[in-house]
Ligand binder design. Structure first.
Ligand SMILES: C=C(OP(=O)(O)O)C(=O)O
Ligand SMILES: [Mg+2]
Length: 574
């Protein structure tokens, strides 16, 4: 029966295909005492060998679709399966303690995980804890006779359905087969949504109930522009989806003509329209869409895509690639922003009640200087190959910026002493994503070279509304005058000190927000590469003088997000 759900439109595009349920099955079991250990050991061996066969296939597919490096994590998993210390300990538990295989597996893997996690002075061994966890889940699934979803194995056109997608799940999706994804929870600025936009996979998030409304293999229609999802669409529905998909493709073709143009308003003012990237692989999209630079390189994905902390050389290669490709266009590289919804399996962070208010980003970097210095050295070495700007995330105080800058200067001096060539012209800036920094922007502007406003976090912290929680998404209000006033304060403060102000939060690519930002004089707009041409086309139609008048009303007369959205739509004819 046809059912229609409405979620949050998270990534543009329209698709129809079968549902692929990326849902963790029930892996619960009870511990029991067994009387035939041999039989139980046979069950264990069968599960180990099925897991190994499965991993071989996953490894091969992952190498094809994601690359050799990302596939290597599965080698580590197979090594654990073949490790007699691991399997022998499980067998002993079955034999000596008469435990059923499920319980013996759990007890032994818990013990291995705890031992690895306790090796705080050995990052490599700590990283193995995540591998053991993954492998034992796979073996357990085989013991229980249930199938784990394996996104890397998808080899036909599907729409992925999940309760939520972590950034690493999203990174595993192969665009060739995954035509869209739909989730129960999440918001437009959750990282899986941001990644969907850079992968150009249509997405609808926060439907609340998609996992209950659809079964594996059922047809789905997804409209990432409106947030509409239809389960079991009729022929007429499918025809309508195809029509809308065609209209969207035509619109995209029209934007394409602006690929080599610069971004100029109707009254002749030029603004930089740049792109956000997560990995060097995203450069294809940046070039295809003619971005005028990179306004945010989220380097944490380099750490998340790796099975262990990336070395200085690994990082150097990635940064060099991006800088060389973009040269002479500027590249703003943000130092690692781990924490919040971004985790590293090999860097266990403390359990926190409020991870978004906790140990993340620059707070970790200033604490774990070993990690931070390695990253800065890699960046400094890469600076010789292009136009590098470095940005620190989640800065709340001027002292944090000064501490980060001091470490940067120390590493620069160290490299120069060793005769390594580094650029002498690296701008150092900060993300403005904490209200404290937005309020104190006039003081910050005396210390930094630039600001880049991170509205994704700035809105959530200002409105006290979690960016990924669909229950409070009504409070996530980019055009609320309170947010606009903070943004204006930041832009004016930068200009007063002769510095530039950009924005790299998702609002910078929002066609309703951009006219207001133009009116407030924002200098640089950095967005998902797939939004660049849409925004360039919009700017071409707008006059900054008119937008300034409109922004004045939005900031000083209107009192709500909706009033401001309506004002922009009316003024700009959207
Ligand atoms: C760009 C931002 O950073 P991230 O989305 O990575 O938190 C932001 O907060 O707006
Ligand atoms: Mg942020």
């Amino acid at each position: 029966m046809t059912t229609t759900l409405k979620g949050i439109a998270a990534s543009d595009g329209i698709a129809t295909a079968k549902a692929y349920m990326l849902v963790q099955p029930d892996l619960s079991f009870s511990k029991s005492s067994i009387d035939d250990p041999e039989k139980e050991i046979d069950r264990l061996h069968a599960a180990l060998s099925q897991s190994n066969d499965e991993l071989k296939i996953i490894r091969e597919k992952a190498a094809e679709s994601l690359g050799e490096e990302e596939a290597q994590v599965f080698d580590a998993h197979m090594m654990i399966l073949a490790d007699p210390e691991f399997t022998g300990a499980i067998e002993s538990k079955i034999k000596d303690d008469k435990e059923n295989a499920e319980a013996a597996l759990k007890d032994v893997s818990d013990m291995f995980i705890a031992t690895f996690e306790a090796m705080t002075d050995n990052a490599y061994m700590q990283e193995r804890a995540a591998d053991v966890r993954d492998v034992s889940t796979r073996v357990l699934a085989h013991l229980l006779g249930v199938t784990l979803p394996n996104p890397a194995l998808i080899n036909e056109e599907v729409i992925v359905v999940a309760h939520d997608l972590t950034p690493s799940d999203t990174a595993q999706l192969n665009k060739k087969f995954v035509k869209a994804f739909v989730t129960d929870i999440g918001g437009r600025t959750a990282h899986s949504a941001i990644m969907a936009r850079s992968l150009e996979i249509p997405a609808v998030v926060g439907t609340q109930s998609i996992t209950e409304s659809v079964k594996e293999g059922q047809m789905l229609g997804v409209n990432g522009l409106t947030g509409e999802v239809i389960v079991d669409p009729s022929d007429a529905d499918i025809a309508e989806f195809n029509k809308e998909a065609k209209a969207y493709a035509d619109q995209k073709a029209e934007w394409e003509t602006l690929k080599t143009a610069t971004s100029i308003t109707a009254d002749g003012k030029h603004y930089d329209v740049a792109a956000n990237i997560g990995t060097p692989k995203d450069l294809d999209g940046v070039l295809a869409n003619g971005a005028e630079g990179i306004g945010l390189y989220r380097t944490e994905f380099l750490y998340m895509d790796s099975a262990e902390l990336p070395t200085e050389d690994d990082q150097f290669e990635a940064y060099k690639k991006v800088l060389e490709t973009m040269n002479p266009k500027p590249v703003v590289v943000r130092t690692m922003d781990i924490g919040g919804d971004k985790h590293l399996p090999y860097l266990p962070l403390p359990e926190e009640d409020n991870p978004f208010l906790g140990y993340r980003a620059i707070r970790i970097s200033l604490d774990r200087q070993d990690i931070f210095r390695t990253q800065l050295r890699a960046l400094l070495r890469a600076s010789a190959f292009g136009n590098l700007r470095i940005m620190f995330p989640m800065i709340a105080t001027i002292q944090e910026f000064e501490a980060a800058k001091k470490i940067f200067l120390e590493e620069k001096a160290n490299l120069q002493k060793d005769g390594v060539k580094v650029s002498d012209d690296i701008q150092l800036g900060i993300m403005i994503e904490i209200p404290a920094a937005a309020v104190l922007a006039d003081q910050f502007a005396k210390h930094v070279d630039f600001f880049s406003i991170g509205t994704n976090d700035l809105i959530q912290y200002t409105m006290a509304a979690d960016r990924g929680n669909e229950h409070v998404s009504y409070l996530y209000q980019p055009y609320n005058p309170s947010i606009l006033r903070l943004v204006k304060n930041v832009i004016d403060a930068a200009h007063k000190e002769g510095k530039w102000a950009g924005m790299c939060g998702e609002a910078a690519g929002d066609p309703i927000m951009v006219p207001i930002l133009l009116g407030m004089g924002l200098d640089e707009y950095s967005m998902s590469a797939t939004s660049v041409l849409k925004i360039r086309s919009l700017m071409k139609r707008l006059s900054t003088a008119d937008m300034a008048k409109m922004a004045d009303v939005a900031l000083n007369e209107n009192i709500s997000n909706d009033d401001n959205a309506a004002l922009v739509k009316k003024t700009t004819g959207q």
